[in-house]
Design a protein around this ligand. Sequence first.
Ligand code: MV4
Length: 445
Amino acid sequence: MFHKILIANRGEIALRIIRACKELGIKTVAVHSDVDSQALHVMLADESICIGPAPSAKSYLNMKAIISAAEVTDADAIHPGYGFLSENAEFAEICENCGITFIGPTADSMRRMGDKISARQTVTAAGVPILPGTKDGVKSVEEAVRIAEEIGYPVIIKATAGGGGRGMKVVHSPASLPNAFAAARSEAQAGFGNPDVYIEKFCERPRHVEIQILADKHGNVIHLGERDCSIQRRHQKLIEEAPCPVLTPELRKKMGECAVAAAKSVNYSSVGTMEFLLDQQGNFYFMEMNTRVQVEHPVTEMVTGIDIIKEQIRSAAGLPLRFRQEDIKISGHSIECRINAEHPFKFTPSPGKIDGYHPPGGLGVRVDSAVYDQYTVLPHYDSMIAKLIVHADTREEAIHRMARALDEYIIEGIKTSITFHQRIMRNKEFIEGDVDTGFLERINF
Ligand code: MV4
């Protein structure tokens, strides 16, 4: 097992990783920017080290500074958390070349899943369903027109190097294809430094259902069931739950087996997530793989009882999986609300000093957060300040528990999305589980 882990991240996920390390008896090193010296992850780690000025590009994304910090503190592994360097294959490679274990998959698995065309080809070969679309990148408008005609409208143009919904264009008719094609290419170039795009059939009103994967370095891969992440706004997830309210045991088994096959096809080790779209008819299609631990991993922890971060660390240390697929039992229902420092209905950022803080508690309530009373939420970083997670026997009880916990949560001095979530917990369609990825765009607050 590792002796000391450097956490190359901040906020609640840095804290989450420190907690897992403490329980495993592993020493921790926090890294922080100039403006983060008062952050909780700095206070709770065994050691801390400043890695640069406020902008992420100069601190939390600064590979040289992070590797140096690991070297001077004699850390034998780096946990990247989510965001920042977590899906950077070059960083994973640099860590390994410096004799530091990168707690994540290999650079090769990351690259094969990071390129969306290569991911589509790889998982198809493993028997996983994908939406009809191009096998290779689409180079010209003429080719795009021909392919769209073949697939049938509506189609969606996506960046090969993209992901998470950035740089996508939905096209409903041939007339709007040329402009959308050109726009998608230039956005892909500007956003990812690669203009390549591909075309897929556009699936209307899908649910976003993802499967949590757990894999070791000995070829063992299992899944921990699914999460439904359909409640999102502009590709920012706001509420996640497990299990998915509409998945049958048969469909769960089929999707799980596909997710495991897809992971095995890239020799995946570590934790990861297969994203699928589930259409109104109950068909599912692979979208992309996230080769990191995700923000919403706690809902899976709550329904499986498995500490995903601890298992990820064990896997990185070369230990074999401690569970077989048959050992995984889903019990009860869990919901997570992401609490952001923002205007609850305008979704504009609201950084500043927290002046009055009281988190909720009680049976089945978990708060993953790195804020405290009198803490200043900084404008430089992501606006998510807490994740409120509940667990109960049934979905209905989980919704009531969440509503109760949200009512208890006091955060003064800044605006937060607590009021938004209170509204959703009382929304008829949400209560009935009748949601899809367009839900938030349709409802009027
Ligand atoms: C799609 C889709 C419909 N059809 N692909 C968004 C995130 C990325 N992982 C894939 N995403 C989507 N891909 C096809 N062929 C719908 C989404 C999607 C979405 C699209 C528009 C607006 C909001 C969305 C929310 C979730 C998923």
